[in-house]
Structure formats: C-alpha cells, structure tokens
Write a protein of this length. Sequence first.
Length: 136
Amino acid sequence: MALLDTTALVDLGRRAMAPEHRRVRSVVMRLLRGGEYLCTSRINEAEFRVGPEMVEQRQRELERVEQVLSGVAILEFDARASQVYAVLKAASFKSGRPMGDCDTMIAAVALVNGQMLLTRNARHFQNIPGLIVQIY
C-alpha cells in the first residue's frame, strides 16, 4: 500500500496535461500494476479539502477532490498513530528541527500502517526513522 501525501492528491486532481499530474499518475499506475493499492490519511484529506474553499469555482474543485478521493482508502489518525506522533514530535524538538504538526501526524499514520509515503515534498519528511518516502 502507498499513502498519498497531499501533494500527490493535489497533483492527481490537476488537468491531465499538467506535468505534475503526469508524473504522479505515472508512479501511481506503476504501483497499481505492481499490486499496490492506494490510501491516504484523514489529515491529508483535510489538507486537500482546503483548496476548494479558497476559489470561486468551489463546486467544480470539490468534484475534483471527491473524484480523487474515491479511488483511495482513508486511514485514520488513531491511538497508535497518536503515540508515534508524540515520539516523532518530541524527537524533532530535541534535534532542533521541529516538524510541522500535520506532517508529523501523516508520518505517524504511514508508519503505524506500514505504508510508503508518496510525495513531491520529501523535505517535510526527512529524518523520520523507518519512514519510506518515494518522491515523484
């Protein structure tokens, strides 16, 4: 299973000719052909839903969001993820490189569910022990 970061969700929702869409679609298709199935976290879903709330064409953008989300399972931020979040967040403070809350929660969900994270922005997830990040 591959957990799609918000960047992947946004890029999948772009026009088919957009370079970002083509890059992420290529990786997603390869994963699906390899027997993987796609998921995201409830945190990524929330971040993804912000875009339509910021544009005039809200309904059209909401339809794109729903279309992208219809093809993925959504993993919850549960008690196990909460515990991993606390460990990751504390370690980031101790190292002097605090991580953003949402990125830390996303990483925790990926880790407790044994998921690789597919993102365009690997920098947000660097230095997380055990997290496998695939950049597209």
